[in-house]
Design a protein around this ligand. Structure first.
Ligand code: BJW
Ligand code: ZN
Length: 235
């Protein structure tokens, strides 16, 4: 079983999604400035401040029933989790095979020499506009280990994700708007090879029309009972 998750799975933990009009993280900021390689080059202080705040927030929340349900499926199936999320809530819920296609907000590295940064980062309970990032010994800036617009996805996580989708008997797509590529192409791979795809999202998405089943439900409500419903949903 392969689960493909997006920001919506963490919404019920209190992590805002990206594109929800009212509460989305980008309701206040321009995504292409704050979450792009160009944005980092022009305003590293603004980008660093935003990620410090999100780092703090993600460390302060807990996995919800949806993350816990996915972890519990390991008692019954070989479960692979492909996540676009940079939080660590799947791992904290107990999932053992998690592939982060957009990186992790709990790792940092130098933007010049690539060295891992093992220092502390400051707590940032409230968002602020600007904080200068630390510098590496080489003079480069320390950045979060996440994938911004215009950057390639990490090779290993991407290959593991493609394998997980190609080899799955069923793919569960939960809490993603399915608009950011190449990640959004993963469920399309499953559809193209005839693998059943179950979408869980309170709102329709571009995947909805091709998914085998699309459940208009929140992740925390749908996932705990999903294994039992599988025979009725996909036969
Ligand atoms: C609930 C719920 C509840 C709410 N229960 N559900 C065509 C092909 C390939 C690429 C492109 C293309 N066209 C354009 C591109 C480029 C670009 C792209 O896709 N742009 C589109 C926006 C048009 N892609 C890239 O730039 C990627 N890189 C790339 O293509 O590289 C090429 C290259 C190759 C070689 C060398 C160099 C370059 C990189 C994409 C990186 C995305 N990064 C971000 C930020 C990560 C760090 C961070 O977290 O800050 O990833 S952007 C943001 O979007 C984040 C997310 O992972 C990603 C997806 O968002 P997600 O998870 O779907 O969240 P939302 O908010 O959109 O949706 C939430 C959903 O949950 C909603 O549907 C709700 O209804 C639902 N929901 N409550 C269940 N309780
Ligand atoms: Zn360096």
């Amino acid at each position: 079983m392969t689960v493909f998750s997006g920001a919506g799975i963490s919404a019920e933990s209190g992590v805002p999604t990206f594109r929800d009009v009212e509460t989305g993280l980008w309701a206040e900021v321009d995504p292409y400035e704050i979450s792009s390689a160009d944005g980092w080059r022009s305003h590293p202080d603004r980008v660093w401040a935003w990620y410090l705040w999100r780092h703090h927030m993600m460390g302060a929340v807990a996995p919800n029933n949806a993350h816990r349900a996915v972890a519990a499926w390991e008692d019954y199936a070989d479960v692979h989790v492909v996540t676009q999320n940079v939080d660590n809530l799947h791992e904290r819920a107990g999932s053992n095979q998690v592939y982060h296609v957009h990186g992790s907000l709990f790792e940092f590295h130098c933007d010049r020499c690539g060295a891992a940064y093992l220092g502390e980062v400051p707590a940032m309970p409230e968002p602020v506009e600007s904080v200068d990032p630390p510098r590496c010994a080489c003079g480069g800036l320390i950045r979060p280990n996440v994938v911004w617009f215009g950057e390639a996805l990490p090779d290993r996580a991407w290959q593991q994700s493609v394998d997980a989708v190609i080899n799955a008997d069923v793919v569960v797509v939960v809490g993603t708007s399915s608009v950011v590529y190449p990640a959004a192409g993963l469920p399309e791979l499953a559809v193209a090879s005839g693998t059943p795809v179950i979408e869980v999202n309170p709102e329709p998405t571009p995947l909805t029309s091709t998914a085998t089943v699309s459940l208009r439900e929140k992740a925390g409500a749908a996932l705990p009972g999903l294994l039992q419903r599988l025979p009725a949903l996909i036969g």
